[in-house]
Design a protein around this ligand. Structure first.
Ligand code: APR
Length: 315
């Protein structure tokens, strides 16, 4: 299994580190535009492996030739948020970066499975689909697992129970209008409504929506990366080991949930073939409306992206 990670910043390098430690890849190639950064971080990770008892080749490079024939490509290149910024504020800068990275990596690894992490996530996934021309089964965005992990963390802390017993689902775009599904959120199979008041549930949902911003406010110079990287590795693991995991991921919708021409977070089955199935949960009218509102937010940003690309072509 050859894994390429584009962007050797916080998310990219941490993904490489966790992937090497968990043994999901035999070879990891870390790519960045800045000379020395991917080489230095890759060598450092590689040198940690004899101590950790793992055997995986990790290299850093500025050239895509070394990524050739990767099985999985993770795109994390781009700028992170600063306090006060929304993910959509990153659109102009990150669209140019992600377009180049997707073009270059696809030229060398046309058969890879692509995971997009750069923000605004849903729109960057849409862009990668467009640039590569790959089917939607092979290009997905990482967001739902992260948002769900945040929701699970807050619930487990509030109730003083193991996070392993908390199961949750967060749908929609990776933004302020994401849709945590209370009805499908359980503690050891029991709906959380039996443990928490509607007010407390609402407070935890709001904290989940603001989960990324909460970390940006602390860090001031960057955004979250440990939890995002762990989420990416869970997706890689599902594909590499053909686990058929049901995980919330950002995928292009073609009629599911009454939505088309948009990338949005929904539960999918991830296995060797990539997205092997898109699960259509039964939603209440209120949940469905919330999902449609979230998708409409993503679609507006996709329209801005199309304008940007059009301006670039015209110029
Ligand atoms: N090609 C390759 N790498 C690039 C390019 C490019 N064209 N442009 C920028 N990069 C690299 C930067 O040099 C940097 O090393 O992308 C890396 C980004 O790293 P960080 O600034 O640490 O950002 P990070 O926290 O990793 O977030 C990356 O993921 O979660 C999202 O919102 C976040 O969009 C951001 C992305």
């Amino acid at each position: 299994m050859k894994l390429t990670i584009i962007g050797a910043g916080n998310v990219g390098a941490t993904t490489a580190h966790i992937a090497a430690l968990t043994g999901v890849a035999r070879q990891i190639v870390l790519v960045d535009i800045v000379e020395g950064i991917p080489q230095g971080k890759a060598l450092d990770i590689y040198e940690s492996l004899p101590i950790m008892g793992r055997d995986c080749r990790v290299i850093g490079t500025n050239a895509y030739a070394e990524t050739a024939n990767s099985d999985i490509v993770v795109i994390t290149a781009g700028v992170p948020r600063k306090p006060g910024m929304s993910r959509d504020d990153l659109l102009t800068t990150n669209a140019g970066i992600v377009k180049t990275c997707a073009e270059q990596s696809f030229a060398h690894s046309p058969n890879a499975f692509y995971i997009v992490v750069s923000n605004p996530l849903d729109v960057m996934t849409y862009l990668t689909l467009k640039v590569t021309g790959l089917p939607r089964t092979r290009v997905v965005g990482m967001a739902g697992i992260l948002d769900t992990a945040r929701f699970r963390t807050f619930i487990a802390t509030e109730l003083g129970v193991s996070v392993e017993d908390v199961s949750a689902f967060v749908l929609g775009g990776h933004g302020d209008s994401m849709v945590p599904l209370v009805r499908y959120t359980t503690v050891a199979g029991v709906p959380i409504t039996q443990f928490l008041s509607p007010e407390r549930i609402e407070a935890l949902i709001q904290r989940t929506r603001d989960g990324g911003a909460e970390i940006v406010a602390y860090l001031k110079t960057g955004s979250a990366y440990y939890a995002p990287a762990a989420a990416v590795v869970q997706m890689i693991d599902a594909v590499v080991y053909d686990r058929k995991r049901i995980l919330p991921c950002a995928v292009a919708l073609e009629g599911e949930y009454g939505l088309s021409n948009v990338v949005c977070g929904v539960p999918v089955k991830l296995g060797r073939a990539g997205v092997e199935e898109i699960l259509e949960l039964e939603l209440s009218e209120e949940e469905r409306n919330a999902l449609h509102r979230s998708a409409a937010d993503v679609r507006r940003t996709i329209e801005r992206l199309e304008e940007l690309l059009h301006q670039k072509t015209a110029a």
